[in-house]
Design a protein around this ligand. Structure first.
Ligand code: AMP
Length: 195
């Protein structure tokens, strides 16, 4: 399936290093230049605001999905192509997933990880066949990668499911990997005997 809309999960903070902001700017700009629509959490704060502003400044289309309860805290971005205000967090995530052909996580905190892991587990269960990946900034996700490999070694995650998560240091490299990725038919349940 050609990629048209890319969901970006990222911090509601900008983090401790300027390089995180620079990576969010670079990703937003790259998506717009490639004619890809950005789907994100709709806030104007942190890296969320940075990626959206960069895509808009480069002439891109940006759709934000924000729960009513967070519209004030995360400052619903008023300059987007479209801001959808939904009932709650579950509705937000479902709508972001519905609108998107692929998922990218920039650096972020618990919310970013939760959103990424949720779409990953949905893919692992075969609920969708959409690619996902990490935009790794200055080794930000290296330790997570080590832990994920440990889960495979300890046989809680199967290799094809671990391999679903792409990783690149550049937006172009990551989008290329997402385009080339093919869903695997490996079932999640390693220990289950065949029927
Ligand atoms: P964070 O990575 O914690 O800075 O949060 C980034 C985004 O994830 C923000 O828009 C949060 O509203 C969102 N978020 C926080 N908690 C959750 C959650 N439980 N599920 C999904 N998104 C969340």
């Amino acid at each position: 399936m050609p990629l048209r809309s890319i969901c970006v999960f990222c911090g509601a903070s900008t983090g401790a290093q300027p390089i995180y902001r620079q990576a969010a700017e670079s990703l937003g700009r790259h998506l717009a230049e490639q004619g890809l629509r950005l789907i994100y959490g709709g806030g104007a704060v942190g890296l969320m605001g940075v990626v959206a502003d960069a895509a808009l400044a480069a002439g891109g289309e940006v759709i934000g999905i924000i729960p009513q309860s967070l519209e004030r805290a995360e400052i619903g971005h008023q300059g987007l192509t479209r801001l959808e205000v939904v009932d709650g967090m579950h509705a937000r995530k479902a709508r972001m997933a519905e609108l998107s052909d692929a998922f990218i996580a920039l650096p972020g905190g618990l919310g970013t990880l939760e959103e990424l892991f949720e779409v990953w587990t949905w893919g692992q269960l075969g609920y969708h066949g959409k690619p996902l990946g990490l935009l790794d900034v200055d080794g930000f996700y290296a330790k997570l990668g080590e832990f994920l490999d440990h889960l495979v070694t300890e046989r809680f995650v199967r290799s094809p499911h671990r391999a679903m998560l792409q990783l690149s240091e550049s937006p172009a490299g990551l989008l290329n990997a997402l385009r080339l990725w093919q869903p695997s038919a490996t079932p999640k349940w390693e220990d289950r005997q065949p029927d």
